[in-house]
Design a protein around this ligand. Structure first.
Ligand code: SF4
Length: 328
């Protein structure tokens, strides 16, 4: 049975995306059998939910209606969405509400840190809404969250047990020095998703610029050559294979280490339509091509998302870099 994991923890009483309400509805596509979600349920899932709620946090798992929620939360792995749940952009694939965000909450870094500690995360992924309203796009707030997680372990545990930290950031368009501010906090992984091929930006990421996003990833490596860089693509939006291969080349030219590719799933019928369900074999084939192009790590499957299995993939990334260093 096809099921949507967001029904598990649906938030009530909120109009989710009024900015998309006037878009025409597309036809509902029937999911192929390889996209049927198997729900996992164990006591960890409820524990994760409680910890998220107790600390009054947002997660992209819920906001994005992620199909992997039950699996990830059953392993106590959640990806935190910081700086609120209202975004200043209106990307046509995204389920987060658009509007004027609330001021930053200065207790959020500590609340995230406590939750990370309670979940015993080995690797934590922190992402955010776009905050074009802030002078630094929220870079300082990201840095405070990273610092708070490390302080938490310094105070109550051992620094050695502190999790590695991955940030999945907005593009910081027209936010000079934001990237430097964020990277000064030394996250282990800097992730920024290109999301799709440049020809689809006007309809899918209208507020973003492809070459700006690419340059952001390249600059991250220039500022800190030790940081792992990562980017992700959604497939099935109408991109061609040739366009995808060009994006892979662009990412390699920008020195990106890790590429994720997953099937785009339409959050509601008012969002960008699914043009195609990409079969698992095609994801496998694209993975082989991407590895041949020189990525250290590639995750490619219908259910792949930026933060899916991020902890295990981070270990593989470290191993791949060590092997590469030994070989050179
Ligand atoms: S894949 Fe990422 S966003 Fe989806 S449930 Fe897992 S941690 Fe959350």
């Amino acid at each position: 049975m096809t099921s949507s994991s967001n029904t598990l923890f649906k938030k009530s009483g909120r109009v989710r995306h009024p900015e998309k309400a006037h878009r025409s509805q597309s036809e509902k596509s029937k999911r192929p059998k390889w996209l049927r979600v198997k729900l996992t349920n164990n006591s960890n899932l409820e524990t994760t939910r409680q910890i998220v709620r107790e600390h009054e946090l947002h997660t992209v798992c819920e906001e994005a209606v992620c199909p992997n929620l039950s699996e990830c939360w059953s392993k106590r792995h959640a990806t935190f969405l910081i700086m609120g749940d209202i975004c200043t952009r209106a990307c046509s694939f995204c389920n987060v509400s658009t509007g004027r965000p609330l001021p930053l909450n200065h207790t959020e870094p500590e609340r995230i840190a406590h939750a990370v500690y309670k979940l015993s995360l080995r690797h934590t992924v922190i992402t955010s809404v776009d905050r074009d309203d802030l002078d630094d796009g929220g870079a300082q707030h990201f840095a405070k969250v990273i610092q708070a997680i490390r302080n938490q372990y310094h105070q109550v545990d051992s620094q050695q047990n502190a999790p590695t930290i991955e940030v999945l950031t907005p593009d910081f368009l027209r936010k000079d020095a934001a990237l430097e501010t964020l990277l000064a906090a030394e996250p282990e992984v800097f992730n920024h998703n290109l999301e799709t091929v440049p020809g689809l930006y006007p309809s899918i990421r209208p507020g973003a610029r492809y070459f700006h996003s690419l340059r952001l990833l390249q600059r991250a490596k220039e500022i800190n050559p030790r940081v792992f860089t990562k980017s992700g693509l959604m497939l099935g939006l109408g991109e061609t294979r040739v366009e995808l291969l060009q994006v892979m080349d662009d990412l390699r030219s920008a020195g990106v280490d890790f590429l994720t590719m997953g099937q785009y799933l339409q959050p509601t019928l008012h969002h960008a339509p699914i043009k195609r369900f990409v079969p698992p074999e095609e994801f496998d084939s694209l993975k082989q091509v991407a590895l041949a192009k020189g990525f250290l790590q590639v995750a490619s499957s219908p259910f792949t998302r930026s933060s899916y299995h991020a902890d295990e993939d981070f270990e593989k990334l470290r191993v791949a870099r060590s092997a590469q260093s030994r070989a050179n």
